[in-house]
Design a protein around this ligand. Structure first.
Ligand code: V47
Length: 381
């Protein structure tokens, strides 16, 4: 594989030729390379290199999943400055779904084909430990075939220490026995201790997030990883975050998908900050694709960066569109202007209109519908 004359020229003028040669040779990029990719004013050159890597892995395919989100509670002791979702116990708009409420949420959509349930909530001791395995069992009783991707590293750590008061591996095992299939990637924010102290000191920092992910992987569960960008973080802190994820992936191989999350400032304690730009969204996706050489998948999360930027992201390193979502709360509480769900036909059309072939996947990226079948589905959905 070689660079097109146009890309070679762009990389030469942008001083990115050394990095381009490494990308062509499949060589690992360094910390300094990551900083240079963030610093380069030539986003098209950075994006084209990421696209080269993305097409080498996935050709023209772009993945999506049929999913539903459920947030059992917004009550949270975390107090993160970037969060518009969490509420103090006793706040007028605090809520807590009972097991029956959760069953009702699942029942509401039983007529839809959904393969994944994404479940995350606040940190609270209000519910007893039994609530968590019970909710998994009740969901599996209603939808035995669904993949339950639930509880971030932050929640698992909190559940083990403050709710179950038992060692983490035991807690993970009990959740697995009750129906937990994998874990979402949230709560990683930016691992830097400076950022931790400044905007999320009420919950675990980077070292503990990574240690929890290591334990989750050692217990045999896969998980995702995220990075929240567009607030107080610096470029070296983002590169460090990505390389620490890459190191852990070398060790465990347990990460499935990496998701850059664009900070939404509305209704948060940092509402004075601007929203991220499409330029920044695409760069964070492209740099992640290039640095995370041991991650198979990079997700462009349309909920946070809009369907339009997500379409463009499919040519800047991302291969996954996330899914139908249904009832997103975390970004929308923070002012996201996107819809809270998309239909299958809308997703398929968006991917096709971006010049990619839609493939329905399950949570672990087993192919459920090939491109042709996905197109036929869009016609009938
Ligand atoms: O953990 C909180 C972040 C995460 C804001 O694993 C915010 O497949 C932007 O992790 N602006 C939740 N982001 C979302 C998440 C996720 C989403 C979709 C798929 C997967 C997956 C994971 O959102 C939180 C936090 O890091 N967040 N507040 C905000 N104002």
């Amino acid at each position: 594989m070689d660079l097109s004359p146009l890309l070679r020229n762009a990389c030469e003028t942008a001083g990115l030729m050394e990095i381009a040669d490494k990308v062509l040779a499949g060589e690992r990029l360094s910390f300094e390379d990551g900083v240079s990719l963030y610093a380069s004013p030539n986003l098209l050159a950075v994006g084209s290199l990421a696209n080269l890597d993305r097409e080498r892995r996935h050709g023209n395919l772009a993945y999506y999943v049929l999913n539903q989100h459920i947030n059992p509670t917004n009550i949270c002791v975390g107090g993160c400055r970037f969060c518009a979702f969490g509420r103090a116990k006793g706040a007028t708009d605090a809520y807590l779904l009972t097991l029956e409420d959760i069953e009702a949420r699942v029942r509401e959509k039983l007529d839809r084909r959904i393969t994944e349930l994404h479940i995350v909530g606040g940190l609270t001791q209000i519910m007893p430990w039994s609530y968590y395995p019970d909710l998994l069992r009740r969901i599996k009783a209603l939808r035995p075939d669904v993949h339950i991707k639930a509880f971030t590293m932050v929640e698992l750590d909190y559940l083990a220490r403050e709710v179950a008061c038992r060692p983490l591996p035991e807690v993970i095992q009990e959740l697995r026995d009750a129906g937990l299939d994998s874990c979402p990637g949230g709560g990683a924010e930016v691992f830097s201790e400076r950022v931790h102290q400044e905007i999320y000191k009420g919950k675990i920092g980077g070292d503990q997030w990574l240690a929890t992910a290591r334990t989750v992987h050692e217990c045999g569960l896969k998980s995702n990883a995220t990075m929240l960008y567009g607030h107080v973080e610096t470029v070296p802190e983002k590169v460090d975050h990505l390389l620490r994820l890459r190191d852990l992936q070398d060790e465990t191989g347990g990460f499935v998908n990496f998701i850059p999350l664009a900070f939404h400032p509305a209704n948060t304690q940092m509402s004075e900050l601007p929203e991220t730009t499409g330029y920044a969204d695409l760069r964070n996706i492209a740099v992640a694709r290039l640095l995370l050489d041991n991650f198979d998948h990079i997700k462009a999360y349309w909920i946070m960066i809009t369907p339009k930027i997500t379409q463009t992201a499919m040519h800047f390193g991302a291969d996954d569109f996330d899914g139908t979502v249904d009832d997103e709360e975390i970004a929308h509480d923070a002012g996201a202007s996107t819809p809270t769900c998309l239909s299958v036909s809308e997703l398929v059309e968006l991917i096709r209109a971006a010049g990619r072939e839609p493939v329905e996947r399950d949570t672990l990226f087993n192919v459920i519908r090939s491109p042709d079948a996905a197109t036929a589905m869009a016609g009938s959905a």
